[in-house]
Design a protein around this ligand. Structure first.
Ligand code: ADP
Ligand code: MG
Length: 458
């Protein structure tokens, strides 16, 4: 007697459920529908190609096992993919753009077009070209005219802080839109990308998210160095990357280091990053710095004595954001105090800028930064769990709290579920030891320190 495919699949699910955790089960197995059982072949329907890849990669063994137990040795599993890439057609269903929930917009806003998140202020027009950025700028020009159709895919722009990576990435996106307003560009920071993925897993909306990525023609992800250590995000990114690449969609990434030096990022992902063009942006030379200042202040530039702008450009070399900052505060000082902008004032302002008083950060904010980085819930840091990543996150939070706050060891301990001060000392020592012996860990700490420092600047 033939059992119905529903029952058969239910029996498989019972076995699978015992072998995977609840979240994975809900994310990857709940959305599957059995649709046929013929000649020992059970056919299941998965929402998209990505699901199929993921399941095959992560759950093949348990699937085989359950099929074997339920259907016997001759049992086989076949997939039917609902929404597929155009190249492989399994009775594809056309995209219904309206039915796909867009996780990146607040509900109630316009839904028909994908909002790009592009900043209209960052364009090629106001991007000063110099030797320092020529490669990236030219590649960007070429991409704008033919996104996905050049050898520069992905385009990876890398370089130090404040050297114009984000500006350039937006400029390319804006320029693509200018040539073709229908082209769907999506700009994401690595942070928001990660958040979307974490939420999709939590809320069981992975297929919505993935379908959404299927609508994008050009994906820009900023600051991919923050992918470090986030394995789940990396896995999903890897699959999204492949899907986009296979369908000739454009990918643009920025990073603070060249792909090969991205520690904590899986090799297979790094290899993908190296497929296209890797272009660095370097600190601009003196002439370019002057030109950038001129671009930034427009007509007021002429009113500022040459000596002053040159003085600024001589002194601030390695960060364009700082260059702008000095100038803006110089102009503010001058107008507030009704002073002339002269060399004297410029020196004063630069001095202040460099020794600017540090703002403070709370122990809780540090804990939040670290918890987010390790993708553990904040509350876990206060719990008694001995899970390794939680323990490390807690110890690291204490270590950073000691270095970046004025809190006493007792107060710090209090912030993590009432640990006493000797536990805090022990944690700090442990972290220091790890820094000294494990270079990957050292980089993680450096990155977190950078994040703490960034939050001190805002
Ligand atoms: P990064 O992403 O590399 O940290 P940003 O793109 O945020 O740097 O740039 C910092 C600031 O410097 C921005 O205000 C940007 O407009 C400006 N900037 C950087 N490079 C240039 C350039 N070549 N021409 C004009 N402005 C620039
Ligand atoms: Mg940036």
């Amino acid at each position: 007697m033939m059992e119905s495919y529903d029952t058969l699949w239910d029996n498989c699910l019972t076995i699978i459920k015992k072998n995977v955790n609840e979240k994975s089960f809900n994310t990857w197995f709940k959305p599957i529908k059995p649709i046929r059982h013929e000649n020992s072949v059970l056919t299941i329907q998965v929402p998209n190609k990505f699901f199929y890849d993921w399941i095959e990669e992560h759950y093949l063994n348990i699937l085989k096992k359950s099929i074997y137990q339920v259907l016997g040795p001759s049992g086989q599993l076949e997939y039917k993919i609902v929404v597929d890439t155009p190249t492989k057609v399994h009775e594809p269903k056309p995209f219904d753009r309206k039915s796909i929930k867009n996780p990146f917009v607040i509900p109630g806003l316009k839904k028909s077009k994908i909002p790009s998140n592009l900043n209209p202020k960052y364009t090629f027009k106001n991007y000063v070209e110099g030797d320092c950025n020529r490669l990236g700028k030219s590649a960007g020009d070429a991409i704008s005219k033919k996104p996905g159709g050049t050898a520069f895919n992905p385009l990876v722009i890398y370089g130090g802080v404040g050297l114009g990576k984000t500006h350039l990435a937006h400029a390319i996106g804006n320029s693509i839109k200018e040539y073709d307003p229908e082209h769907n560009v999506l700009y994401l920071t690595t942070e928001s990308f990660t958040t979307q993925i974490v939420n999709a897993i939590k809320n069981n909306t992975m297929d919505d998210l993935l379908n959404y990525f299927g609508l994008i023609d050009t994906l820009i992800v900023d600051d991919i160095q923050f992918l470090a250590g986030r394995e789940k995000t990396q896995d999903i990114f890897f699959n999204i990357f492949n899907q986009l690449q296979q369908t000739n969609k454009q990918i643009i990434l920025t990073s603070d280091k060249p792909p090969k030096d991205l520690e904590g990022v899986k090799e297979r992902l790094i290899n993908r990053f190296k497929w296209g063009l890797t272009a660095d942006v370097k600190p601009p030379d003196f002439e370019t710095r002057l030109a950038i200042l001129e671009e930034k202040i427009g007509e007021d530039f002429a009113k500022i004595p040459k000596k002053v702008t040159e003085y600024i450009c001589f002194n601030i070399k390695s960060n364009i954001r700082e260059l702008e900052g000095v100038l803006i505060s110089l102009m503010a000082h001058a107008s507030l105090n009704d002073k002339e902008i002269d060399l004297e004032l410029a020196k004063e302002v630069i001095q202040k800028f460099i020794t600017q008083e540090n703002k403070t950060i709370s122990v809780q904010n540090i804990a939040k930064l670290v918890a987010d980085h390790f993708e553990v819930p904040m509350e876990k840091l206060n719990s008694k769990t001995r899970k390794r990543n939680v323990v490390i996150a807690r110890q690291l939070s204490m270590f950073l709290a000691k270095n970046y706050t004025k809190s006493s060891l007792k107060t710090i301990g209090h912030n993590f579920g009432g640990k006493d001060h000797s536990t805090v000392i022990y944690s700090i020592k442990t972290v220091q030891n790890l820094i000294d012996t494990d270079s990957l860990f050292k980089d993680t700490v450096a990155e977190l320190e950078k994040k703490v420092e960034m939050s001190l600047l805002h």
